[in-house]
Design a protein around this ligand. Sequence first.
Ligand SMILES: Cc1ncc(COP(=O)(O)O)c(C=O)c1O
Length: 426
Amino acid sequence: MYEYQDGPEFPKFLDNNDQLGHFRQRFYIKQGTIYMCGNSLGLACKDAEETLYEVLNKWKDEGIKMWNVDQGKYFLYSEFLADIMAPLVGADPDEISITGCTTINIHQTISTFYKPTAEKYKILVDDINFPTDRYAVDGQIRLKGLNPRDAVKLVKSRDGKFMSEDDIIEAMTEDVAIILLPAVYYRSAQILDMTKITKAAKERNIFIGWDFCHAIGAIEIDLKALDADFAIWCTYKYLNGGPGSSAALYINRKHFKLLPGLTGWYGNKPHTQFQLNQEFDHQQNASGWQIGTPTIFSMATLEGSLRIFKEAGISNIRKKSLHITGYLMYLIENRLSEYGFSVGNVKEDAKRGGHVCLEHDDAYRISIALKQRGVVQDFREPNVIRLTPAALYTTYQDVYDLVNILLDIVKTESHKKISEKRNFVV
Ligand SMILES: Cc1ncc(COP(=O)(O)O)c(C=O)c1O
């Protein structure tokens, strides 16, 4: 743990000594708000705005010629962005494609790797992952004429919160063909031991893919060392790509010769693509897993937002994230525990991602009260308020102020006037 202090001077001291502090001015931060929701949707930055306008202006100026300008930058935009993305996951740029949305990319990768046989036909998943992964896996199983009730190998969390690596490994029986797991859990922020799990999968000849949605831009990832078979991730959370910004997928280069499960003309080799042959000529790298015309506007913001990650460096980002989330946990334990609050995530650095789980029996109403006081965060059933002090734009002062607001809410019991009825989006 780090040495933290209570009191109003300490956050000022930390902000004055924050080497990433200057990045905050490149983000749009609404006055009077404390933004703690970067694990759901990161904030807009000026860089993203700039690159979005660049693309818009290219289109205005060039019309269809825009595909060929700047040495085909936009025709090959996935490759251009993969170059800047690569250091964040420790892969070669040609193992990454910027395309689709996370869920489509799960369909794409599972349909590529899933070749069930009578003996080996199960897909191993867990019961506390974000549900879209499961929906996609079930769908892929049904497409093979199998029944998810039989073909899903479900590993259950023992407490509904955390997952045991040993339970996962124990479930890797001979009938398992593929494993799909999150690197960081969306609710509890638990980081799975990817090295241990991937190694166990490989020893048993099982393909393994990782969902990095809550890991990308928050923790360091080394796909070269991991040697997983595939991975997928979104770009709108910690990467600040904006709502619906294009997702990404990783295909380990040893699988480049596989045919994508979902083939489309943008997976064709670029130099024969416009010959428009009826036969698919697969581009044998991750670009070959693209399907249709890239969603250029949804990628353009990423060009700017990734620029900041390149400048800041993911190891510095992780360092600050651990420190500022540690500060929040310290304040929760020192000042809020007597009011029924507790830290719901694992405290060990190696086992926690970018957000803090603040637990309270009345979490839903406190979450609404926080929103009314300008603190943007979210609630997850049954009792968790997710708080993300983002390394690139949250100050230590924000964290200190947030804790004071929480104290004020519970002391004045202002949350008790709020209805318990849930909104559609919480
Ligand atoms: C682990 C995980 N996978 C996938 C998604 C979302 O998928 P998509 O980007 O297709 O909406 C989320 C969203 O929060 C997530 O947490």
